[in-house]
Each structure stands twice: as structure tokens, then as C-alpha cells.
Design a protein around this ligand. Structure first.
Ligand SMILES: Nc1ncnc2c1ncn2[C@@H]1O[C@H](COP(=O)(O)OP(=O)(O)OP(=O)(O)O)[C@@H](O)[C@H]1O
Length: 301
């Protein structure tokens, strides 16, 4: 029997799904939704495999993954398929990181967090079917902007969306720990999607002590090896907002020692073009974590 005839579509559910879709797209979305609802995977366990997808053009590559445009054959739904070789993951000793990324990203459902729609593997590869963010890395857009920075309304919109995504993560006991423009993707509707949860962590005790993240984005508590909690993401949000508005991170320097020193001394230069509102927000975020979250900096490794 044709698998499309297996289940009758639920018309009420379908009407609900398309109710906010602009009129010009309604027919297209309705026909795609119908196909999705009739798919054997809809609402029940299903073993996805490469047979379900037609692979297309490459979208980019990272240290361990190559990402391709892919089309789900039954519904025509487009995804970004990240393909990783198991042998490469083993060689790089990052299997745990990938598993953490899969586990955490499957659970998180927020409009500004990149959805991991499904994943599967074969003998040699792991496949992650990710929501598509067709404008790619936010970093690229920042670098291509005049003076390599965003105008304040644009910076404010992105900062707000990232803050909303982080609040959701924290409410779900997840710390991202590696926030930077390279780990944020942009959609065709100019909305940001927080990605790359490889360094993120579940916070059971609410206090972590692993040194991770990018040097320019390290808060003083991590530089000094103190225990920290989700306030590390607040710090990084301040650095991110600064980079959006200035074009570089506040503690950037050619020499790692100098960067560490600037971070310890909280030496931030605010250019004159920055509004007082932005300065106020950033200075509240780039503050000693001990000032904003009681007592965590007292615990030394
Ligand atoms: N969901 C997506 N939609 C569109 N493009 C994507 C998507 N995910 C990744 N890409 C593109 O593929 C590139 C590689 O992504 P990938 O997640 O493998 O690596 P990364 O996390 O950026 O790098 P690294 O492995 O070094 O951390 C990205 O820089 C981006 O341009």
C-alpha cells in the first residue's frame, strides 16, 4: 500500500497549523503540511535514514561536519543536513561533545534556537537534520557591514532575540557557554538562531568549573579558574552586544596575556558613537559575575 494513504489527515490540526500563514503562501504550506501529516513519521517513532532525503548543495563546513541543503522526499521539506564522520569524531575525541549537542538541542524548542529536527547514523557517519537558516553565520554579516558593525536598531533586535533564547535555556537548566557571532545563524526573515551547543551543559548543581568558550568572550571567573554558573552567558551577551555595535570584542588584543589582563581589570573602552542606553546595558552585563550572582566566585578550583 502507498505510505501516503496510511493515515487520513487531521483537518482541524491542519487548519490550526496554517492559520497565521500569509494568504499568498497558504496553498503551498497547506499541501506541504498535508504531506507531512500523512508521513509515517508524523507523531510516532520512525527510523529516519539517508533514503528519506535528497542531498543538495553544500552550505558550509566546520571542523567536524559538512553541512548540505537536503530535501525530505515525501513532504519536500528543506533542512540543513550536517554530516559527520564517526572516525573523525573519534580522532578529535569529541564524541561526548556531539552527543551532548544532540541531547540538548533535541530538547530545546524556541523560535531563536536552531531546531534539531531529527538525527540518525550509519556505519561511518552521523546525520543531523537541522532547521535551515539560509543567511548563514551572523559573523559573516557583521564582517560585511559598513565599519564591520551593526546600526543600533539591528544590534538591539539580535541582542534581544539572543537574550530571549538564553533565558529559555537557563529556565531549562542549560548553559550555552560558547556564545559568539560565529555560533549564531541568520534566517531569510532576518531572525537569529542560536546554534552550536557542543560546549553547553546541563546545570544540575548550577555551578560549573570546566574551562571552555572563546578567549575574547571569557569572563574573569573563568580566566581565574573560579566556579561559575549560567551568569557566564550573561557576560557573553554583553560582549556580543558590544561586538555588534563596535565591530570587535572589548578585550581583543594581539597577545593572550594582555587580553587576560584586560578581562581581569574589566578594561572596556566605549566609543563615542555608542548610545548611553547601550553603554548602560553592556556595562551591566560585563560586570564581575560575583556582583550579579551571589557568592559563586568564592569557590576556587
Ligand atoms: N542550519 C543551518 N542552516 C544553514 N547553514 C548552516 C546551518 N548549519 C550550518 N550551516 C553552515 O555550515 C557551516 C558549518 O557548520 P558546522 O555546524 O559544521 O560548523 P561550525 O559549528 O560553524 O564550526 P566548528 O565545527 O568549527 O565549530 C556554518 O558555518 C554555516 O555556514
Amino acid at each position: 500500500m502507498n505510505k501516503l494513504q496510511k493515515k487520513p489527515p487531521n483537518r482541524t490540526e491542519l487548519a490550526k497549523l496554517i492559520k497565521d500563514v500569509p494568504e499568498e503562501y497558504q496553498q503551498h504550506i497547506q499541501s506541504m503540511s498535508l504531506k507531512m501529516m500523512q508521513h509515517p513519521a508524523y507523531g510516532q517513532p520512525y527510523q529516519w535514514s539517508t533514503r528519506d532525503f535528497e542531498m543538495g548543495a553544500p552550505l558550509g563546513r566546520g571542523k567536524f561536519g559538512r553541512v548540505y541543503l537536503a530535501r525530505e522526499r515525501t513532504s519536500n521539506f528543506i533542512v540543513a543536513m550536517k554530516v559527520m564522520f564517526k572516525a573523525e569524531l573519534e580522532k578529535g575525541n569529541v564524541q561526548r561533545q556531539v552527543l551532548r549537542e544532540i541531547e540538548i538541542q533535541t530538547r530545546l524548542k524556541h523560535p531563536n534556537i536552531l531546531r534539531l529536527l531529527t538525527w540518525f547514523h550509519d556505519d561511518s557517519r552521523i546525520y543531523l537534520a537541522l532547521e535551515i537558516a539560509s543567511e548563514g553565520e551572523l559573523y559573516k554579516h557583521l564582517r560585511n557591514s559598513p565599519q564591520r558593525r551593526f546600526e543600533e536598531p539591528r544590534a538591539a533586535k539580535y541582542t534581544y532575540q539572543v537574550a530571549d533564547a538564553l533565558e529559555y535555556c537557563h529556565l531549562n537548566n542549560v548553559i550555552h557557554r560558547d556564545l559568539k557571532p560565529e555560533n549564531i545563524l541568520l534566517t531569510s526573515s532576518d531572525d537569529v538562531k542560536l546554534a552550536d551547543f557542543g560546549w553547553s551543559a546541563h546545570t544540575i548543581s548550577n555551578k560549573r568549573k570546566t574551562l571552555c568558550g572563546t578567549l575574547d568572550y571569557l569572563p574573569p571567573e573563568m580566566v581565574d579558574g573560579h566556579i561559575y554558573d549560567h551568569s557566564v552567558d550573561h557576560w557573553c551577551l554583553g560582549i556580543l552586544c558590544y561586538e555588534f555595535l563596535v565591530g570587535c570584542a572589548p578585550f581583543e588584543s594581539n597577545d593572550n596575556e594582555k587580553t587576560y589582563e584586560k578581562i581581569r581589570r574589566l578594561e572596556v573602552y566605549y566609543p563615542s558613537h555608542m548610545s548611553s542606553g547601550a553603554k548602560d546595558l553592556i556595562s551591566k552585563k560585563i560586570a564581575k559575575i560575583s556582583d550579579s550572582s551571589e557568592g559563586h566566585t568564592e569557590m576556587i578550583l
